[in-house]
Design a protein around this ligand. Sequence first.
Ligand SMILES: NC(=O)c1ccc[n+]([C@@H]2O[C@H](COP(=O)([O-])OP(=O)(O)OC[C@H]3O[C@@H](n4cnc5c(N)ncnc54)[C@H](OP(=O)(O)O)[C@@H]3O)[C@@H](O)[C@H]2O)c1
Length: 272
Amino acid sequence: MAVDLTGKVIIITGVSSGIGAATAVECARAGMDLVINARREDRLKRVAESVKGLGRRAAIVTGDVTEAGISERMLDAAEKEFGSFHSVFANAGYGMTKQVLDNTDEQLRRMFDVNFFAGVELLRAAGRRLLRSGRSGHLLMCSSCLSKFALPNHGAYSATKAAQNSICSAMRHELKSHGIDVSSVHPITTTTEFFKVSASVSECDPTNADLPKHSPRMFVQPPERVARAVVRCLRRPCSEVWTSHIVRTVAGAMTAFPRFYDWSIARAAPPD
Ligand SMILES: NC(=O)c1ccc[n+]([C@@H]2O[C@H](COP(=O)([O-])OP(=O)(O)OC[C@H]3O[C@@H](n4cnc5c(N)ncnc54)[C@H](OP(=O)(O)O)[C@@H]3O)[C@@H](O)[C@H]2O)c1
């Protein structure tokens, strides 16, 4: 039976743009109240207004996801404002375009801190509270199709996404008997600020920011498509959220046949 989302509360990170902003609005449309997080407060206020326009409420917790104690602050905000929470979506993240040997240690660690450790901390903190209170719930993390096949020049990013995928798979089985679902989300190229941020972090050719424009249209999607898929998964929990059957199939084939992966990458995405 589908989960009735009306009046349920979700905590989402990375809501100041892209997939997070679209998902917040889609959750409100589904009847949910929200706690929303990112560093840019003016953007969060705009999303909160959209949520309000849909007849729901959004509490804002501004800050960097790597700040000490921020996960607990988001969970406290949900319990204070709304009494409890049903789900969390650890979505905040960014990309970087650099060969692995060119990454500094600091860049590698920062990327794992934001993309992996901060999300894991939020899921763990939320999972513990759900277990303590005996409530069911749903924990989601925004991974990527690149969790299944790494791209040259995106090694560090792909590694963080693969780590997210692995930890969600393990947690799914650890928490299932407690009525807590765990899902990983695997978007393909999505038209957000992601590519602009990635080009700026990587101090590389800003034309990289236009990547979605140069990709075949069938492999590019708007953030609203991911948002709708996330809400479908909240209603009917599934292990992995995919928005492209083709990419999902190719990713499966690459995992099963490493020589197919090597052949495809050499043809389609040779390193610079
Ligand atoms: N776009 C794609 O093609 C694509 C494909 C697969 C997976 N994804 C994943 O989708 C997720 C969302 O990305 P997007 O495409 O929506 O990109 P985006 O438009 O750049 O949004 C990223 C969001 O994360 C927030 N964020 C980044 N670093 C943060 C930090 N240290 N603390 C708090 N918030 C932080 C940003 O907010 P502030 O800057 O205001 O803090 C922003 O709201 C990411 O995990 C990304 O890896 C994206």
